[in-house]
Design a protein around this ligand. Structure first.
Ligand SMILES: Cc1cc2nc3c(=O)[nH]c(=O)nc-3n(C[C@H](O)[C@H](O)[C@H](O)COP(=O)(O)OP(=O)(O)OC[C@H]3O[C@@H](n4cnc5c(N)ncnc54)[C@H](O)[C@@H]3O)c2cc1C
Length: 526
């Protein structure tokens, strides 16, 4: 089903494999004066999606990122592929419908290996009035109707249902019993990992001939290409292109005049699942209502790897955009406080083993840049500058494919490119296969959920060299084989790529420290 299926490394490199050698070769070709149809700037979900969209329409493509695949906002999400319930509540039916359609595309066609159905419990505690519960229930019912209208099968996402207090406690044993009168169960899509989605999209683009180049920064853009800097050597080159797509997320305004963004920070906590009064062993996620707000929740998101994320905030951010946003103590305190309203055993600051923050690239549509970012539309925008650079911003991870399609449509129209129709609604990403194929693969389930049809090849690395079966960090499932795989097939160039994006060991600073040596060894052995 996938475009190519690599075997264990090193071997002959399949078309989807990204390596340091391939990067150097392809960058040299472009620097020597080669021209592409489309240059995409930014390799988050949106840019990787645009590269795949354009390449699969038969266009020649170069896609660059100043850092790495998924270096920006795309790795700081809640990892939900969601049906847009929130947008429904705020009356943005078109945004909600688009989300629901894209969720179905990912879960049923393009990435069933990476997105699973996740149950969520909304506990009906003393803090949730009967009126609020009725409102939430009608929202979940409307969400299910949206699923139906988006033609996503009931088998993919089960129906919401009311839970008794006993059922609620069974699904979420960490909840406080006193005053718990039941719960509401709903389902949404949950990614194994957002950065892995981006890697899969970028590699699928590469399999269709796109040149996917990390550590290449766009210094300036024009309608006919870009001046870029190779961040590994410091050398500057010109890449000539017939069309340019700016998908640099929250940094987009720095490359094209007139693009005004209003970034909003979202923070998540990382907790270890053991010792939290059953919080970590949760089969279900939790929606915990934020006191005083009618339609906002703190999410408890079990990751299945011994970690639980708790998020998220929505705070406007002013000033220069940092490469890696910091999670402030005020956000951490807020999340712990809301968690404390629902749990039996309190979670303390000392239980927080990591925290991460991301900046939503929201388009500023207000006259004066004021107002709450929680109210800014998550609708995406495609803007073509007078020079012909197409900028695509806003939206969300869930709708990356549609954003990419709209951006490439605009570039094709602006530049009169001869391109085929968009194919990405039915184009499986690297590793994708039908559920019955995935469940028959001879590899641990966890690997299948991250590597799909490539899982047996990742697993086989450990058969060839038992040392590679060893966990990188005691108590966390990532093995050394995954680091080696990332170097040979997923374009990992340094320890940061390995620990912070191809795997997420780096989300816990103590684990990152422990893993550093193994990452260096994986790179040295390449
Ligand atoms: C806290 C939080 C939680 C979220 N949760 C969800 C969720 O659960 N589900 C969902 O659907 N959406 C979610 N979102 C929204 C979603 O994460 C973003 O909308 C999406 O990831 C944006 O992707 P992007 O590719 O447009 O931008 P980015 O991922 O930021 O990519 C932009 C890239 O451009 C590169 N770049 C910047 N400048 C240059 C340059 N000069 N040259 C070359 N490259 C450059 C950067 O290095 C970066 O990799 C969340 C957002 C936040 C902040």
């Amino acid at each position: 089903m996938g475009p190519s299926s690599p075997t264990s490394s090193p071997g002959p490199a399949p078309a989807s494999s990204l390596t340091a050698a391939r990067r150097a070769r392809e960058l040299a070709g472009l620097a020597a004066g080669g021209q592409v149809d489309v240059l995409v700037v930014g390799l988050g979900a949106t840019g990787a999606g645009a590269a795949l969209d354009a390449a699969s329409r038969g266009l020649s493509v170069a896609a660059i990122d100043a850092h790495d695949l998924a270096f920006g906002t795309s790795r700081w999400s809640s990892k939900l592929i969601h049906g847009g319930l929130r947008y429904l509540a705020s009356g943005q039916l078109d945004v909600a419908y688009e989300s629901a359609v894209e969720r179905g595309v990912l879960m049923e066609r393009t990435a069933p290996h990476l997105v699973r159905a996740q149950p969520f419990v909304l506990p009906l505690t003393r803090l949730v009035s009967r009126g609020q519960a009725a409102l939430a229930w009608s929202g979940f019912r409307a969400g299910d109707a949206l699923r139906l209208s988006a033609r996503t099968a009931r088998a993919t996402l089960p129906a919401p249902r009311r839970l008794s207090a006993v059922e609620t406690r069974h699904l979420a044993p960490a909840l406080r019993t006193a005053g718990l009168r039941g719960g509401l169960l709903s389902w949404d899509g949950q990614l194994a990992d957002d950065a892995r989605l981006v890697t899969a999209i970028a590699r699928t683009a590469a399999a269709h001939g796109a040149r996917v180049l990390t550590r290449v920064r766009a210094v300036s853009l024009s309608g006919s290409g870009a001046v870029v800097r190779d961040e590994l050597t410091g050398e500057e080159h010109t890449i000539r292109a017939r069309a340019v797509v700016n998908a640099s997320g929250v940094w987009a305004g720095g490359l094209v005049d007139g693009v005004r963004l209003r970034p909003s920070r979202g923070t998540h906590l990382v907790l270890r699942s053991d010792g939290l009064g059953g919080l970590g062993g949760l089969p279900a996620g939790l929606h915990i209502p934020i006191p005083g707000e009618s339609n906002r929740f703190v999410l408890v998101l079990p990751q299945g790897d011994g970690r639980v994320y708790v998020g998220l905030t929505d705070e406007p951010v002013d000033g220069a955009v940092p490469d890696v946003p910091e999670a402030p103590e005020t956000d951490i305190g807020f999340l712990l406080d809301v968690l404390g309203t629902a749990l039996d055993v309190p979670v303390h600051r000392g239980d927080v083993v990591g925290a991460f923050a991301g900046l939503r690239p929201l388009l500023d549509t207000s006259a004066d840049g004021s107002g709450s970012t929680a109210d800014i539309s998550r609708r995406h925008a495609v803007l073509t500058s007078p020079e012909g650079v197409v900028t695509v911003v806003g939206g969300k991870l869930t709708t990356y494919r549609r954003m990419a399609q709209d951006a490439v449509d605009a570039a094709v129209a602006a530049r009169g490119l001869g391109a085929g129709p968009c194919r990405t609604t039915s184009l499986p990403l690297v590793g994708a296969a039908a559920p019955h194929v995935l469940s028959g693969l001879k590899a641990p389930r966890r690997l299948v959920q991250r590597y799909g049809t490539e899982a047996p090849a990742v697993h086989a690395l450990g058969a060839a060299d038992p040392a590679l079966r060893e966990p990188v960090v005691p108590g966390h499932p990532v093995t050394r084989a995954e680091l080696v795989w990332a170097v040979h097939h997923e374009g990992a160039l340094d320890t940061g790529d390995l620990l912070d994006r191809r795997t997420r060991l780096g989300l816990v600073p103590a684990d990152r420290e422990t893993a550093l040596k193994a990452a260096e060894e994986a790179l040295a052995g390449a």
